[in-house]
Design a binder for this molecule. Structure first.
Ligand code: SF4
Ligand code: SF4
Length: 242
């Protein structure tokens, strides 16, 4: 995002609308103007969509790759393109219908960055590498897969690593036997990244109505906030499954 200094009157009205605090005042030809820090801006478009600028000084040029990746992970109107022929990863609430996560398997979701913080793709790479090394298979239909040059190794394209994003979700699956080891490794790498992150574990309930990941996450030292999603009105669940 850019601010046209010829039009800007330096009123600062747009500053609070920036999700990462990337807009600041600068001196320009002896006048106070506003400017977008291009390293910090995550191209979320919030400042422009707010229509706060009465001078129409805020503008977004056509984004080229790899800068475009910032918008793909931060602007709700711009989406990464999933590979042709690969179905997008369905919402977890449809699991009763498609059985994507069977009993005995846990979906692991690491969400990095938040408004006010954002994340670098170098940090995302650190977490992705650990997830792949410990046996978590990333979903080919997820947004993060669109920027991988090697999905099995969870290796992000080199040209993206210098970019930032408001928020990145890394989604993959692992069998419960290997989950503890993977969680310990995620905990270790979380101390090496310069952003906030949250971890979600998704289970299909086993016959005894137990979410198998719960005791595993607990013994790996994570504090747990359980919640459930129920298939109401989405369709008939898979025949023969509990
Ligand atoms: S709202 Fe518009 S005129 Fe005011 S500081 Fe921001 S860009 Fe400049
Ligand atoms: S596009 Fe988003 S990050 Fe960039 S200046 Fe606007 S609000 Fe801030």
């Amino acid at each position: 995002m850019f601010i046209d200094k010829e039009k800007c009157i330096g009123c600062r009205a747009c500053h609070p609308y920036c999700t990462v605090g990337a807009i600041s005042s600068v001196k320009w030809n002896d006048r106070t103007k506003s400017e977008v820090n291009q390293d910090e801006c995550v191209e979320c478009g919030a400042c422009l969509r707010s229509t706060i600028c009465r001078q129409s000084a805020i503008f977004m040029p056509e984004l080229e790759w790899p800068r475009l990746v910032r918008a793909q992970f931060g602007n709700p109107y711009i989406h990464p393109k999933i590979k042709d022929g690969v179905p997008p990863t369905p919402e977890i609430k449809t699991n009763d219908l498609n059985g994507r996560i069977p009993v005995g398997v846990t979906e692991v979701v690491v969400e990095m960055g938040r408004p006010g913080v954002s994340t670098s793709f170098r940090d995302v790479q650190k977490v992705c590498s650990v997830m792949a090394e410990t046996g978590i298979a990333l979903h080919p239909g997820s947004a993060i897969a669109t920027i991988m040059e090697d999905l099995a190794a969870a290796r992000i394209r080199e040209d993206v690593l210098g970019e930032r994003a408001l928020n990145v979700m890394i989604v993959g699956c692992i069998d419960n036997v290997r989950l503890f080891h993977a969680l310990e490794a995620i905990k270790r790498v979380s101390k090496e990244i310069d952003t906030v992150f949250s971890l979600s574990l998704v289970n299909r309930l086993a016959k005894d109505n137990i979410a198998q990941a719960l005791p595993i996450a607990s013994s790996a030292g994570f504090s747990i906030m359980p919640h459930a999603k129920t298939n109401v009105g989405l369709g008939r669940r898979i025949e023969g499954e509990n």
